[in-house]
Ligand binder design. Structure first.
Ligand code: HAM
Length: 418
């Protein structure tokens, strides 16, 4: 399905590690849920008249005749799973997840039919402090990844469900009075989901929409207050934003504040992260009324950014730091002991100890191929234990030093500056 599988790359693993670190820093814990769900779950949450549900889901009947779908996103499944496991009843929860999502879109750079999301969902908090925290979480991640200066936060207030109902009525009435100028798509959506008409790519339809009622005029006072307070909190915590009144998001479950992080360093697929509040969803899916907010980021798009901007540090590309060459049958035991001592002293380093014997040159070749920075070489064929080892830089310099075996750890610490 994909021409690249970024979950195999060091850049993906770097993003994954950083995301998990930030999740821990903010007190979020992991939740896992299946890749397959009842199709109905997504219809009831994302909305029947959305691109995702209308055209993009991978759905099929299973042997029992149940209609199942590969998850196109994580929020609906997260709510279903959290509620079923009793995590939402009268509780506050901060949960994170990661994994593949599936949408039958036209593939291009940054847009895939199987893609990875990292997401967070916070339950049981009225906000807007939790909304600010959710956004801050993402801003912290960009800072850790050194991507802050390439990303812009866009926010909007789309009002409550009631506000949008009133607005939808007004919009439908407006569209009806201009029906002659609409295309088939707009006419089809006019009744079922009139707000989707606003996304029309047809310039004739867009011309009509210039005079359409504005959502902002229908947003309740409570919602405006919530939104103003969120903006104040963002300013207070130094998170810059741009207000975009056209930002509505492509999923129906949102209310009040929604947001997206956008970059222009990727070309077309510039949205790397999106989210907002969705206070009605838990109840809509059969749970007790539970306030909620969250976001999900597209890992492939961030990996593209990290790679093209050269933001993955060399150390993150390396899974192995030291390769121990064990040359000669007589030093196998000493080699194993030395490897263990180095691992015990430097638990954060990766050390591969060569197993299975072989000539020096072959072992050295493997050391280079491993990507390690240093080779430690223990070599001997006599009866007596060897007293010294060699430490060799695995670079073009070929620089090496001999040290007493007991001083190996100190010398490594000096060379690696740890
Ligand atoms: P979404 O905006 O549909 O929101 O997706 C979130 C992110 O996933 C997007 O910003 C984008 O980076 C990435 N993405 C979406 N589709 C693709 C694709 N075909 N290929 C590559 N990347 C893609 C959600 O999914 C909501 N569940 C977010 C949320 C969580 N809202 C509240 N909590």
């Amino acid at each position: 399905m994909n021409d690249i599988l970024p979950d195999q790359t060091p850049s993906f693993q770097y993003l994954e590690n950083r995301f998990q670190q930030v999740a821990k820093r903010y007190g979020y814990r992991e939740i896992r849920f299946p890749v397959l769900e009842q199709t109905q779950l997504f219809k009831r949450s994302i909305g029947e008249v959305t691109d995702i549900v209308e055209k993009e889901m991978y759905s099929f009947d299973d042997r029992n005749g149940d209609n199942l779908s590969l998850r196109p996103e994580g929020t609906a499944s997260c709510v279903r799973a959290a509620d079923q496991h009793g995590l939402l009843f009268n509780q506050q929860q901060r949960l994170w997840y990661q994994g593949p999502m599936f949408r039958h879109e036209r593939p291009q750079k940054g847009r895939y039919r199987q893609f990875q999301q990292f997401g967070i969902e916070a339950f049981g908090m009225a906000g807007p402090d939790i909304d600010a925290e959710v956004i801050q979480f993402s801003a912290s991640l960009w800072r850790d990844l050194d991507l802050g200066e390439y990303l812009t936060l866009q926010i909007n207030n789309i009002g409550g469900a009631e506000d949008r109902k009133l607005y939808a009525q007004a919009l439908t009435a407006f569209l009806l009075s201009n029906v002659a100028a609409l295309d088939d798509d707009a006419r089809n959506r006019m009744h079922s989901n009139p707000m989707r008409v606003l996304d029309s790519k047809n310039s004739a339809v867009q011309a009509v929409l210039k005079d359409a009622p504005k959502l902002a005029d229908y947003v309740s006072e409570a919602s405006v207050e919530h939104y103003s307070e969120l903006k104040r909190l963002l300013q207070l915590t130094g998170v810059a934003y741009v207000e975009n009144p056209r930002l509505v998001r492509g999923l129906d479950y949102y209310n009040n504040c929604v947001f997206e992080w956008i970059t222009d360093s990727l070309g077309a697929q510039g949205t790397v992260c999106g989210g907002g509040r969705y206070d009605g969803l838990v109840e809509q899916l059969g749970g007790k009324p539970t306030l909620a907010a969250g976001f999900a980021l597209g890992a492939e798009r961030l990996v593209l950014m990290l790679d093209s901007l050269g933001k993955v540090p060399e150390s993150a590309r390396r899974s192995v730091d030291i390769y121990l060459l064990v040359v000669g049958k007589q030093v196998v035991e000493q080699g194993l002991q030395l490897a263990q001592q180095i691992r015990d002293r430097f638990p954060d380093l990766g050390l591969i100890s060569h197993c299975g014997g072989g000539k020096y040159n072959n072992q050295l070749k493997r050391a280079f191929n491993s990507g390690a920075r240093l080779a430690v070489i223990i070599e001997g064929d006599g009866e007596e234990p060897v007293a010294t080892v060699k430490i060799r830089h695995l670079d073009d310099s070929g620089e090496s030093v001999s040290v007493e075996i007991a001083d190996t750890g100190d010398k490594l610490a000096e060379i690696l500056d740890i």
